[in-house]
Design a protein around this ligand. Structure first.
Ligand code: ZN
Length: 261
């Protein structure tokens, strides 16, 4: 069994096709999913979906692109929205995706840092793992994590794209690397990190509808394509596919405290 630990089935790219998309995933052996929120509405979608479909886990949180929902540019926290995330967290297994995105810089950086820090504190308070979105900001994100304090349950560095030092930091501090489509791209810088950390520190994800693996580049991504990523990682690590599936699924289920299910 494979678990797609990061997707956004709520996106308009899936229109009314989500039932077909899920059925194709199941046929491909991808049987559990975590739908990840990035604002209030998508977080609510994740929780509602998880409540009515036990194959779906939910993560709730506000993405750095939408950081202004949680913190202003002068770092004033929007308590109402933060409380909304906290309430929804009762129906979720993780807080995310949260973090810093200095590549697209869609929100002021002070707001990104304050929103990230406030949601890290929430994860600590609720004793829940986090799903981190970090882009072009590994040093800064590690800085916020160290200053705020690491959430006791740690979490996943989703769509990991850091260097070897960031990978090393993640593993030494108990974080899992989320590996998706980009690992199948030619000359990916991820090869070294994946080999460094090994299967025991990895979870698999698609980030659908984005970041499709080879041979589906340029198309809409979907959870059934996780298998391409898995085959690639298994080859890199010289592991049988079934072993990679079971190790990475166990990593995820242990993280969210669902191993016995
Ligand atoms: Zn995402």
């Amino acid at each position: 069994m494979f678990i797609d630990t990061h997707l956004h089935i709520n996106r308009k790219e899936f229109n009314n096709e989500s039932a077909d998309v899920v059925n194709r995933a199941i046929s491909a052996g991808v049987t559990r999913f975590m739908n990840v929120g990035y604002d209030i509405e998508s977080s609510k979608y994740s929780v509602d979906l998880s409540a009515r479909d036990k194959r779906f886990y939910a993560a709730v949180g506000v993405h750095p692109h939408d950081a202004l929902l949680i913190a202003s540019a002068d770092e004033e926290i929007n308590i109402e929205n933060l409380n909304e995330i906290k309430k929804m967290a009762k129906g979720a297994v993780a807080i995310g995706e949260i973090g810093l995105d200095y590549f697209r810089d869609l929100s002021p950086r002070p707001a990104q840092r304050a929103a990230f820090s406030a949601q890290l504190e929430l994860a600590t308070e609720l004793n829940m793992p986090v799903v981190l979105h970090i882009r072009d900001a590994y040093d800064e994100a590690i800085g916020v994590l160290e200053k705020t304090g690491l959430p006791p349950k740690r979490g996943i560095m989703h769509s990991f794209a850091g260097d070897m030092l960031a990978a090393e930091w993640a593993v030494e501090n108990g974080f899992l690397l989320g590996i998706g489509g980009p690992v199948t791209y030619r000359n990916s810088k991820l090869f070294e990190s994946v080999k460094l950390v090994g299967a025991e520190n990895i979870v698999l994800e698609t980030d659908a509808p984005w970041l499709p693996p080879v041979p589906h580049r340029g198309k809409r991504n979907e959870p059934s394509y996780l298998v391409h990523t898995a085959e690639h990682v298994a080859q890199l690590l010289e592991l049988p596919l079934a072993e990679l599936a079971s190790v990475t699924a166990t990593n995820f289920l242990d993280l969210i405290g669902a191993s016995g299910e």
